[in-house]
Each structure stands twice: as structure tokens, then as C-alpha cells.
Write a protein that binds this ligand. Structure first.
Ligand code: NDP
Ligand code: 8X3
Length: 249
């Protein structure tokens, strides 16, 4: 299979690339940081094709897809993994630019690339789109405001893809992980405040990128008559918040 993975320069994306390549598949690894992609290419060899891509730019997506070498143009699996959370402030204090970047990356970037890759999958009667959602798309938490809303979008977009693609041979799945450590997610969220980022995982046994890679690989290697619509997964140490109750006492 040829698997295109966005956000392959770090975290889940890099580990998903390793997983598929170790099982004999080829991976187009896309991200903005080409130095990271080059290091991964050194590690993984010719089965890994590094591609510079900014999902927030339609022109960048078009350029990346049109520049694929002929024997890499048949994308069997698209894994829309690139994404980010920025900030944890309450809505009334959050930065609008952070909200714009999250929507541009997690929503607009994901649908743009999907729209460009889908027609060839449908024409071939074969393909799979895996979108990276989050438990934040299903459960609210303080400061989750727009990040959670973008992941709810990813969840519903995936289900609506299913509605459109039924009978075409093209499948769509949403993976919604809870807290996962060992990636740059929290470093990005806290904008380089690595102490705050590390504190998120203190005393926990969080999910790992390898756990997510295992799940993505499982979904992609099931027989084609099976479509996993959505998988929600958490580390055993994570649960649900109680409702907030403001009492006037
Ligand atoms: P990382 O920060 O380690 O990886 C994020 C990846 O997204 C990087 O490779 C980054 O590459 C890429 N990316 C960000 N913006 C863009 C862009 N504009 N264009 C192309 N690539 C971009 O985080 P994770 O691996 O933890 O997260 C991966 C996905 O999983 C995200 O969608 C995240 O929301 C989701 N998720 C994470 C969880 C967690 O707890 N870690 C839990 C649930 C979901 P580069 O900067 O080089 O462009
Ligand atoms: C990442 C998990 O709980 O930080 O999507 O939102 S969480």
C-alpha cells in the first residue's frame, strides 16, 4: 500500500510511518519541517518519501500532490493526522489567532487534502481515509473551546464522508485518542513552556504514539468489507470530569 500521512515529522505521524514501513508498505510523509522529514527518511530508507506540505495552504497541497513521482501517485490510505492545540485559556481570554490557526489546520487543511485525494480513490473503487480526531471532540473541558470544536468537526466530517462514500469501495475512519504522551502536542499547546507541557503527563501512564500507530495499522489492514467508523481510546488512568456546578453559598 501507499500511505500518505500528514504531520509525519513528529509524534503520531512519525510512528505511524514507522509502523507501515516495518510491515512492507510505502509512506508519503508530509509536514512543514523538512529537516525532521529528512531524518526520518534516513532512518526508514526508500520506502519513505518526504514531502514538504503546509496543510493550511491550498497551493502547498496542490504543489505537493502534483509533484509526487509517478509510482507514488496511487494513494491507498490517507491519514489526516496533522493538527494542533494552541493555548488553554478560557474562551473570553483566548487568542483569536490561535483559534484561526487551529481551524485552518485541523478543519480546513484536513478537508482540502481529503477533497483533492478522494476522486482518484473513488475512481479506483478503493481507498481509506483515516482522520485524527480526539476525545476533546466529544467531551468539553475548560480551555478546550476551539480545539475541541475542531475535533468534533473531524468526527462529524468523517461520518458524513461515510454517508457519501458508501458503496464506492472507499472507507473512512475517525481515531479519537485521549491523553497521549511522548509527542510535541503539549509543547506546541503551551508554546514552548516545556515544564507546563511535562506536567500534563506527570504521574500518568499515557497513551503512546505507538498505541495510535497500532490502531491506525489495524484499521487499514482489516478486510475491505469492514469500516471502522470511529474509535475512541484513552489511557486507563484517564476518565471523565464531573459537571461543574457553580453554587451561590
Ligand atoms: P505533534 O505536535 O507531535 O505532531 C503534530 C504534527 O502535525 C507535526 O508533525 C507537525 O509537523 C504537523 N503539523 C502541524 N501543523 C501543520 C501544518 N500546517 N501543515 C502540515 N503539518 C502540520 O502532536 P501529536 O503527534 O500528538 O498529534 C498528532 C495529531 O493527533 C493531532 O491532530 C492532534 O490534535 C491529535 N491528538 C493528539 C493527542 C495527544 O494527546 N498527543 C490526543 C488526541 C489527538 P510540522 O510542524 O513539521 O509541520
Ligand atoms: C488531545 C487530548 O485531552 O489534550 O486531543 O484534548 S486533550
Amino acid at each position: 500500500m501507499v500511505v500518505m500521512i500528514t504531520g509525519a515529522s513528529s509524534g503520531f505521524g512519525a510512528e505511524i510511518a514507522r509502523k507501515f514501513i516495518h510491515h512492507g508498505h510505502r509512506v508519503i510523509g508530509a509536514a512543514r519541517r523538512t529537516d525532521r522529514l529528512a531524518a526520518l527518511a534516513d532512518e526508514l530508507g526508500s520506502a519513505f518519501l518526504p514531502v514538504e506540505l503546509d496543510v493550511t495552504s491550498k497551493a502547498s497541497i496542490e504543489q505537493a500532490l502534483s509533484a509526487l513521482p509517478p509510482d507514488w501517485q496511487t494513494i491507498d490510505v490517507l491519514i489526516n493526522n496533522a493538527g494542533l492545540a494552541l493555548g488553554l485559556e478560557p474562551a473570553q481570554a483566548a487568542h483569536l489567532e490561535d483559534w484561526e490557526t487551529m481551524i485552518a489546520t485541523n478543519c480546513l487543511g484536513l478537508v482540502t487534502l481529503t477533497r483533492m485525494v478522494l476522486p482518484a480513490m473513488v475512481a479506483r473503487g478503493h481507498g481509506l481515509v483515516i482522520n485524527m480526531g480526539s476525545v476533546a471532540g466529544a467531551y468539553p473541558y475548560p480551555g478546550g473551546n476551539v480545539y475541541g470544536a475542531t475535533k468534533a468537526f473531524v468526527d462529524q466530517f468523517t461520518l458524513n464522508l461515510r454517508a457519501d462514500l458508501v458503496g464506492t469501495g472507499v472507507r473512512a475512519s475517525n481515531i479519537a485518542p485521549g491523553m497521549a504522551g511522548g509527542t510535541e502536542f503539549s509543547n506546541v499547546r503551551f508554546k514552548g513552556d516545556d515544564n507546563s507541557a511535562a506536567n500534563v503527563y506527570k504521574g500518568t501512564k499515557a497513551l503512546t504514539a505507538a498505541d495510535i500507530a497500532e490502531t491506525a495499522f489495524w484499521i487499514a489492514t482489516l478486510p475491505e468489507h469492514i469500516n471502522i467508523n470511529s474509535i475512541e481510546m484513552m489511557p486507563s488512568c484517564q476518565g471523565f470530569s464531573p459537571f461543574t456546578v457553580k453554587r451561590d453559598v
